[in-house]
Design a protein around this ligand. Structure first.
Ligand code: ADP
Length: 647
């Protein structure tokens, strides 16, 4: 090979991206290219003659009794041309992961070993068993003829397509790989004028390299013979003559099909991940090791109340102030311990000190690590669980209410059966007495009959209360209102209960003038009787029951005051609820179903009135009933109560 051809090949090798190293049978370096110098940090002159194993860590020098190149040569068949991953050693001692391919050829009976490397950036697996060190390097020089053949060997074995062109620009030489990529024979290619390709971008690169500037081309090459499209990348570089002028250029062609596929796949994966990230219904964020946001999704941005793009580069306290400083404790813990922190619940008001309606959050914080375990930052997952909490609380509340309803029902059933049975025993006793006397022809004692009738009345009253309560529940308690003298109704009721009052006295304070209401006489009497019966029942020691009727504006106000046991203050509100009995009214001492006031309230309210109580436990109670007077009822609801009903 001429000196020119040798220079040309040297230019080709130097333009190559990946390092090449060639050595003789003694494994000493005969030639390297510029990429080797760049990658390993040696000058070409320093490397020539050195044992090639100097380019690898000492633990890799010998392997299974063979030097590293020999070992890999022995495995060539098994590897089927695939490169091996090893660590190369730079001059400064730093180790780099590379893919290493080793080939060999005989030249003039002289063996040549060629190593090509490609730098890798990730750790997968490697050959790194420690072996002994080999002896130091001795100088070696290279015969130009040898170099010439060596270049050919390298060019032909290169995993890249290589072609050379002159200034015309006509292709003057190329390797098999190049003709394979183009899909035609080497013979057809040599002599081809690049201008005939009519590809403006390629021609620009040709011109650039002929002007002394390397240039990159990337595009799809369509094979003339097969029509197949191949994505390629071509590095164009100038070739210099001895006088320093550009005599032509080289093109190094790489088939990037696989790289494109991997890139497309990666892009698709990233796009999918991005969609997942953006659309996730939980807040997702990533904080770096200084607890500054790197990224957040829309949900987290919404939770923080700050646009997503305002997050990167800022810490939580910078963005959210005091609340952010509190929220930062979780990620801080993760950084300190390297442990994840899961299911941390917090509330906006109590925990974070924020104003506004309470919101509840659940946070998960975890360390984000590289495959080799280095912590890159903290992953943050935040969920707004306000609604879920509210639903849980609601459910718990309903559950408590249901439990309470069941308890009330059970209590009621036992009280009701007790109450209903109570009058039955004396009633049947009295009836038996009457029967006996009649059989014996004795005189009948009217008091026995009176007592029997009293028990019957009590039983009827209880049953009526139960029926009324169920009518109220079903919305079917009918009222038949008419103009009614309320003062006379009170007087009448008091008189009818005279037989029941025992040691008590009734003290009625009449209004100065008659008071009329628009009401159901029977039902209003029921309310009043109920209040009077309670007053008697819950004042066991007798005393005066004061009944007062007065007019206040257009409202008739009736009050019943007793000197009885009174009602605990915290229970006065519930007194008018169905089945409710105050705790000081034990079933044993005071019979009752807890329905009288419930029914009374319904009746009063449906008359447009109000019922309430004032009471001091141990001192007595006053129940009030306020009803609109006839005049005000007519004014308020003329369409409901037309005049003809009033007369
Ligand atoms: P009951 O049949 O139990 O008397 P009510 O509905 O008439 O049912 O009354 C409900 C509860 O209110 C009673 O059980 C009692 O605890 C309390 N109560 C009603 N009236 C009085 C009163 N005058 N003095 C004290 N407690 C009363």
């Amino acid at each position: 090979m001429s000196a020119g051809a040798a220079r040309e090949l040297e230019a080709i090798l130097d333009a190559a991206v990946d390092p090449f190293v060639a050595c003789g049978p003694d494994e000493r370096i005969l030639q390297v290219n510029a990429a080797t110098e760049r990658l390993l940090g040696w000058d070409r002159e320093q490397l020539l003659g050195r044992p090639v194993t100097d380019l690898f860590p000492s633990r890799l020098h010998r392997f299974h009794g063979l030097s590293l190149p020999r070992y890999l040569l022995s495995r060539r068949k098994a590897l089927g041309g695939r490169p091996t991953r090893v660590f190369a050693r730079r001059r400064d001692g730093v180790e780099l992961l590379v893919e290493l391919a080793v080939g060999a050829a005989g030249m003039d009976g002289q063996e040549r070993i060629v190593l090509t490397m490609r730098r890798l950036h990730e750790v997968i697996d490697s050959l790194e068993e420690p072996v002994e060190q080999v002896a130091g390097a001795t100088d070696a020089s290279m015969h130009p003829e040898t170099a010439d053949r060596l270049y050919r060997l390298l060019v032909e074995n290169a995993p890249l397509g290589i072609f050379h062109f002159d200034r015309l620009p006509v292709i003057t030489a190329c390797n098999e790989r190049f003709s394979g990529l183009i899909g035609t024979s080497k013979r057809n290619l040599v002599g081809l004028n690049l201008l005939t390709l009519r590809d403006e971008r390629i021609l620009t690169c040709v011109r650039e390299s002929l002007d002394g500037r390397p240039c990159d081309y990337e595009g799809n090459y369509r094979s003339v013979t097969t029509g197949k499209e191949t994505p390629v990348r071509i590095r164009f570089a100038p070739c210099y003559a001895e006088d320093g002028s550009v005599e032509g250029g080289v093109g190094i062609v790489e088939d990037i099909t696989e790289r494109r596929r991997v890139e497309a796949e990666r892009e698709e994966n990233l796009a999918q991940l991005d969609l997942l990230f953006r659309g996730a219904p939980v807040g997702i964020g990533f904080l770096d090791t200084r607890l500054r946001y790197v990224r957040v999704n829309e949900t987290l941005a919404r939770l923080n109340g700050i646009p997503a793009d305002a997050h990167p580069g800022h810490t939580l306290p910078e963005l959210l102030g005091e609340a952010g400083a509190i929220a930062e404790q979780g990620p801080r813990y993760v950084l300190r311990t390297g442990e994840p922190l899961v299911d941390q619940e917090s509330t906006s008001d109590v925990d974070l000190g924020l104003e506004g309606p309470r919101r509840c959050f659940r946070g998960n914080f975890y360390p984000v690590r590289t495959p080799d375990g280095r912590v890159l930052g903290v992953g943050v997952l935040i969920e707004d669980i306000t609604e879920r909490r509210r639903a849980e609380e609601e459910r718990a509340h309903l559950y408590r209410e249901a439990q309470e309803a069941i308890r009330v029902r059970d209590d009621f059933l036992s009280i009701a059966s007790h109450e209903l049975k109570t009058p039955l025993t004396p009633l049947s006793l009295r009836l038996a007495t009457l029967e006996r006397r009649l059989e014996r022809g004795e005189n009948l004692d009217p008091s026995v009959l009176r007592h029997a009738r009293h028990q019957l009345t009590r039983l009827t009253g209880l049953i009526n209360d139960l029926l009324d309560a169920s009518r109220i529940e079903a919305g079917r308690l009918a009222l038949h209102p008419e103009a009614t003298r309320f003062d006379l109704l009170v007087e009448h009721t008091l008189a009818s209960m005279d037989g029941q009052r025992g040691n008590h006295t009734f003290d009625f304070e009449r209004p100065p003038e008659p008071i009329s209401v628009h009401g159901d006489t029977y039902r209003l009497e029921q309310v009043l009787s109920n209040l009077l019966e309670n007053a008697l029942k819950y004042s066991p020691d007798g005393g005066a029951i004061r009944v007062r009727l007065s007019l206040s504006d257009d409202v008739a106000v009736l009050s019943v005051t007793d000197p009885g046991i009174g009602i605990p203050e915290d229970q006065q509100q519930q007194l008018f609820d169905r089945y409710f009995r105050a705790r000081n009214a034990s079933t044993r001492s005071y019979g009752g179903l807890g329905l009288g006031l419930y029914i009374s309230r319904d009746i009063v309210e449906r008359h447009g009135g109000r019922i309430w109580v004032e009471s001091v436990p141990g001192r007595g109670s006053t129940f009030y009933v306020a009803l609109p007077t006839l005049a005000s009822a007519r004014a308020a609801l003329p369409q409901v109560w037309p005049d003809r009903h009033l007369h």
